[in-house]
Write a protein that binds this ligand. Structure first.
Ligand code: NIG
Ligand code: FE
Length: 389
């Protein structure tokens, strides 16, 4: 593999304050050397070492590839009609999950793979170079394992979400379903998963059920994360902290105790503003979390029900406009924050040794990610040191 010099970067966000101006470790007139899939050197263009190949960024801004730490990419069908009904005033309850489960169960492997591949390419074109993918639209032993096997063709960050909702055939036997999720289904899913997740919410799984699912997953070698406090207040965030989950996701309805518990923990609060946008719901209070010292990540939650966007730039723009995060906080949360939420230290920054994941914008500054919403602002994406066309 040839070494590549990316040069003439007008503003480089490294996310490493030791390398440049805080808070994002910005270097002006910068260059990056990528070698063997990794960052080999970062510094001022003028002192860059010789390499085999070069890419001129033309004075544009560059930053680490986005880390989308929460998506549900393996599914069939869409729920555009449900979205239209919501925009006409219907509330979001999560009840539509069963519609997607029915479509997903009857889809072939190759259809599911093609749809996930389409969304994965769409995400990468918009700068996502690390993505987490959940199961959760199979809800049978064979289908959950199948969704994770397909998801693992796209990423190492796969999450078993057998506890997404109780499927219709278990409607009056929910205890049996939780036993299945913690037993045979988990055994079939675990070889294809790194993480275990549960939708801890009124109408989905309660505190005891959620604890049982996450503890069973941990026993099977998976690490916990959780859908928590999305639709109303609840025990999810406190459970995440109790189990040292890597991330509590959504965090829309939090009590002062929830915020304090997160602040004292190493659990990241992953905010998913695409979901509030698409369900026309109040956004989480990002300022309260940040000002209390909680580590915040941003992710898309890409799924056909509550947030059908694969765009991290769109989520950054929402975070800045609707959740009052500064552009720097939002960019950090979409890169380094996502890496923390996945407990990976080789992505989300551009220090020497990091993965060669770099986004070059069609803009002079990272500010434009929020300032120019809805435009195709990503010009080039380098993934493991390779330029995507
Ligand atoms: O993260 N909250 C639960 N799961 C998804 C939505 C799933 C759906 O509506 O299909 C979410 O928002
Ligand atoms: Fe989700």
């Amino acid at each position: 593999m040839l070494s590549l010099l990316v040069t003439n970067i007008g503003e480089l966000v490294t996310n490493d304050p030791a390398l440049g101006e805080p808070p994002l470790g910005v270097i002006r007139d910068a260059a990056v050397v990528l070698d063997a899939g990794r960052v080999a050197w970062v510094g001022p263009s003028a002192s860059a070492p010789a390499t085999d190949d070069a890419l001129d960024a033309g004075g544009a801004a560059a930053l680490p590839g986005f880390v989308d730490s929460h998506s549900h990419l393996v599914f069939a069908g869409d729920r555009a009609a449900e979205f239209a009904a919501r925009m006409a005033g219907e509330p979001y309850t999560g009840g539509g999950i069963r519609t997607t489960v029915a479509a997903t169960r009857s889809a072939s492997d190759s259809d599911l793979r093609a749809n996930a591949g389409r969304l994965h390419r769409e995400a990468m074109r918009q700068g996502t170079t690390t993505i987490e993918i959940k199961s959760g639209y199979g809800l049978s032993t064979a289908d959950e394992a199948r969704l994770l096997r397909i998801g693992s063709e796209f990423t190492d960050e796969t999450t078993y979400l057998g506890a997404h909702t109780v499927p219709a055939e278990f409607a009056d036997r929910r205890d049996d379903y939780v036993r299945l999720v913690c037993g045979d289904m988990l055994a079939a899913a675990a070889p294809f998963a790194r993480w275990v997740d549960v939708f801890c919410e009124r109408g989905a799984f309660d505190e005891d059920e959620s604890r049982a699912v996450l503890q069973a997953g941990v026993k099977a070698g998976l690490a916990p994360r959780i859908h928590a406090n999305q639709l109303g207040p609840g025990p999810g965030v406190r459970l995440a902290v109790e189990l040292d989950a890597a991330s509590a996701d959504h965090c829309t309805h939090l009590s002062p105790d929830d915020v304090a518990a997160l602040a004292e923990s190493s659990t990241v609060a992953t905010l998913l503003p695409g979901a509030e946008f698409s369900t026309r719901s109040p956004y989480p209070d990002a300022r309260r979390l940040l000002d209390s010292g909680v580590t915040v990540a941003l992710a898309t939650d890409c799924n056909p029900g509550s947030s059908y966007t694969s765009s991290m730039p769109f989520c950054i723009a929402l975070a800045v406009r609707e959740m009052r995060m500064t552009p720097a906080e939002a960019v950090w949360a979409a890169t380094a924050g996502g890496a923390r939420a996945l407990r990976r230290d080789v992505v989300g920054h551009l220090g020497s040794g990091a993965r060669g994941n770099l986004v070059i914008l069609d803009a002079p500054s990272h500010l434009h990610l929020a300032y120019r919403p809805g435009v195709p602002i990503v010009r080039h994406v380098l993934h493991n040191g390779v330029l995507l066309s």
